[in-house]
Structure formats: structure tokens, C-alpha cells
Design a protein. Structure first.
Length: 223
């Protein structure tokens, strides 16, 4: 009898089917993660996010070496800002708003240097990159089509930030029937208390949104 491979996780073992499980790396963009970017200009401590880089490198290497699907996302807008709700641009009355000239080009505008994925995690040719105008990776994108075309039913969701774009994406994916696992060390927040709360919420109530594990345990299941 074949044992079903599992990833050790909370609230219980994750039934892992690698060929139908994509690695979904959320918004590891220069403007969020690098010193001198938009995130730091808002007063955030980017070192909180940079801790997720090395775990994501390990996960990417493993997914690529096994020939499994990797999907990357970027949060951003068209240069004419026609996909930017005015409420998103003006809320909080920021000194630097989306579309303004920032330290790495126009803030969260597609094609600008700050919108790029950090060089440590550069997508390989052939890996889908989903450009998204919202926090969730399914809203107003082709992500579900891309996943369905590859027969994907499970997602390992990593990237930034835990309680914003990772959480919104996990909620969207869960409602669409995907099993989601979040490796805690491969996601991060500017706010450690929100990181902890976000992960606790995913695995609560028997895994109401999904599973939480860590990079070591995911890689152990793939070895
Ligand atoms: C992401 C944000 N990617 N925090 N964006 O989480 O605004």
C-alpha cells in the first residue's frame, strides 16, 4: 500500500501531491523589500521582509529541480493608472502615492525598477508572472486560468506581506477550492504581531483557510 506523502504542518499533515502543487511567490518586489524603496519610504523596516528571501530561494531551487510549477506575482498598475481605484491612491494621504515618482521609478507602476521582483528571486523564462492590481492574486488576473491549465489543486503560498497580499490570496484560493500551505519563514510582514496573527488565523478552526508549516518541513517532504 502506498503511503500518501504529507508535509508536517499545522493543524495537521498536509496531503502533498507535488505534480499538482504550485509554488506561488507573492510580490517579492524591490519597492516592498529593498532598502530605499516605497515600503521603507512609508516608514517600514524592510529587514523584517528580507528574512523571507533565503527561504524563498531554497523553495524555488527545489521546485525548479523537480520540474514543478512556480508562479510569481507583482502588485502594480498600468502607467496610465486606469486600473488604480482612486481610493487606493489617496487613502492615508501618503507623501508618496502610487504613480508618483519614487526612489526606484514611479511607485507600483508596471515596467518601473521598483516594481521588479528582487534579483535574488528573479523568475526564470517560462515561469508565469501574474501582474495584479489588488491585494489578492486572483482578483482581475488570469491566475485561475493559469493554474487550471496545469491541473494545479494545491498551492504553497510565500512572499509578502503575510497579513495583506499573502492572506488575501490564501482566502481567495481557499474559496476557489485550492488547498493552501504557508511556510511561515518564507512569508513576512513589516509588523511581527500581524505576521503571527495572520498565520494563526490560517490554521485556526481545523485549518479554516489552510495549513502553516516551514521551509525545512516542505523540503523534507520533497526530498
Ligand atoms: C503586499 C502591501 N504585497 N502590503 N502589499 O502585501 O501593500
Amino acid at each position: 500500500e502506498l503511503a500518501i506523502p504529507t508535509i508536517d504542518a499545522e493543524p495537521g499533515p498536509f496531503p502533498f501531491t507535488p505534480s499538482t502543487c504550485a509554488l506561488l511567490v507573492i510580490d517579492m518586489q524591490r519597492d516592498f523589500v529593498e532598502p530605499g524603496g516605497f515600503g521603507e519610504s512609508l516608514g517600514n523596516d524592510v529587514s523584517q521582509l528580507r528574512r523571507a528571501i533565503a527561504p524563498n530561494r531554497r523553495l524555488l531551487a527545489a521546485w525548479r529541480s523537480h520540474g514543478l510549477l512556480v508562479v510569481h506575482t507583482r502588485e502594480g498598475h498600468r502607467p496610465d493608472l486606469s486600473d488604480l481605484p482612486p481610493a487606493k491612491r489617496t487613502r492615508g494621504n501618503p507623501a508618496l502615492a502610487i504613480g508618483d515618482q519614487g526612489p526606484m521609478g514611479r511607485i507600483l507602476v508596471r515596467g518601473e525598477p521598483g516594481h521588479d521582483i528582487i534579483t535574488e528571486l528573479t523568475p526564470l523564462p517560462g515561469e508565469p508572472i501574474i501582474d495584479k492590481p489588488g491585494k489578492g492574486a486572483f482578483y482581475a488576473t488570469t491566475l485561475q486560468t493559469v493554474l487550471q491549465a496545469r491541473g494545479i489543486t494545491q498551492l504553497i503560498v510565500t512572499g509578502v506581506t503575510t497579513e495583506v497580499c499573502v492572506h488575501t490570496t490564501v482566502r481567495e484560493a481557499n474559496d476557489r477550492g485550492y488547498d493552501c500551505l504557508v511556510p511561515a519563514d518564507a512569508t513576512a510582514s513589516y509588523f511581527p504581531e500581524f505576521h503571527a496573527a495572520g498565520l494563526a488565523m490560517i490554521k485556526a478552526q481545523g485549518g479554516i483557510f489552510g495549513w502553516v508549516s516551514d521551509t525545512d518541513r516542505v523540503l523534507a517532504a520533497l526530498a
